[in-house]
Design a binder for this molecule. Structure first.
Ligand SMILES: *Cc1c(COP(=O)(O)O)cnc(C)c1O
Length: 364
């Protein structure tokens, strides 16, 4: 426990912080959902009670993302990793080729699964630089089944700032938005398929949000297992089998919160403030070093190191003492990672940057 205050600052990369009111409301619903005398954990998924949850969560997603009528919203089991193969299973024929951008661990995993279903064309890569920048020069073959990108590279701390680079390439666009969905204003209608594990910005682990343009389906010749075919889920309104009821309910609460604060424009403003404070501090302290190209810095996951490994250990211990949770970097990058998802308050970033300043002072 920290010595000065008892406050915890949750900078976890995922699962990660959600708004306090979401935790409170979710815990009330476990005991008594909407004054029914029933727990949210024991209601039938075919009841009106749950249908109302489903209708509202889908409606709110469409509203917050400003989706047009061609785009459907699904809440499906499995993490984003399930989408790594479900996407090509539905969109990539055996003999066809899909274009993938190679920008980090998750992008690599997505491409690896796609190879099980067809050909994969890696159109750009920053692997040779340990993914410390985003490769912006790429060509997409016009007959590609789709173009796949990872909008925010959670582990390396890079984020595509100009997504229009990917628009109007003449092929369907598919994005893994697991770690930055609904964190900034994006023209979501540009995408034929968006997928995101909920546990970073939207809710509890165990469910994916999928946004899909119906028009890109039904074009592959393979047989698709019932549970893997998006068309069946669209038809069943995400109720093909028992959905992850509680995880979906937590998404609903988080989306209600997002709407209540002013939606995506407001949360983007807050995320920009947090990222500005963090990176300005980082750049002012020679003791710490950002690991990625400045123009590609992620507003969700900030990665940094220190030159001296012994000092890194000391700073990590200090973080633990001061209630800074989840700041150890991923093993493939080392150092530190501060995740600043939607629900993280500016005060937590201020507390963390104060600690960095304090530590730097004691070492100068
Ligand atoms: C966390 C993450 C994943 C993996 O999500 P799971 O739900 O654990 O499968 C995939 N892509 C990105 C960008 C992520 O941040």
């Amino acid at each position: 426990m920290n010595t000065t205050t008892n406050q915890i600052h949750n900078l976890n990369a995922g699962p990660s912080i959600l708004p306090k009111e979401v935790f409170e409301e979710a815990s009330r619903a476990i005991l008594d959902f909407n004054n029914t005398g029933l727990s949210i954990l024991e209601i039938g998924h075919r009841t009106k009670l749950f249908q109302d949850v489903m209708d509202e969560v889908i409606g709110l997603t469409k509203e917050l993302m400003a989706l047009d009528a061609d785009h459907e919203v699904l809440f499906l089991h499995g993490g984003a990793s399930t989408q790594f193969f479900q996407v090509p299973m539905n969109l990539l024929d055996d003999t066809a080729s899909a274009a993938y951008t190679d920008t980090g661990v998750w992008a690599v995993k997505a491409a690896k699964e796609a190879k099980l279903y067809g050909k994969v064309d890696i159109v750009c890569s920053s692997k040779e630089a340990n993914y410390t920048y985003l490769p912006k020069q790429f060509e997409v073959a016009p007959n590609s089944a789709y173009l796949h990108l990872t909008t925010n590279n959670t582990i390396y701390g890079t984020q595509w700032q100009d997504l229009s680079l990917f628009y109007n390439k003449g092929v369907p666009l598919v994005a893994d938005m697991s770690s930055d969905i609904l964190s900034r204003q994006v023209d979501f209608n540009q995408y034929d398929l968006i997928y995101a594990g909920a546990q970073k910005n939207v809710g509890a682990a165990g469910v994916n949000i999928i946004v899909i343009n119906k028009r890109c389906l039904g074009k592959v010749s393979r047989q698709i297992p019932t549970m893997m075919d998006y068309r069946n889920h669209i038809e069943a309104g995400s109720l093909l089998n028992t959905p992850p009821v509680f995880a979906i309910y937590v998404c609903l609460l988080t989306l209600r919160w997002l709407k209540s604060i002013g939606g995506v424009p407001e949360v983007e403003k807050r995320n920009n403030q947090k990222a500005d404070l963090f990176y300005t501090t980082l750049d002012s302290l020679p003791l710490f070093k950002g690991t990625v190209a400045k123009e590609d810095r992620s507003k969700m996951n900030a990665c940094f190191v220190m030159e001296n490994a012994a000092l890194e250990k000391e700073f990590l211990t200090l973080c633990q003492q001061e209630g800074m949770i989840g700041v150890k970097g991923h093993r493939s990058v080392g150092g530190f990672r501060a995740s600043m998802y939607n629900a993280l308050p500016l005060e937590s970033v201020a507390a963390f940057t104060d600690l960095m300043k304090h530590f730097a002072q004691t070492k100068s």
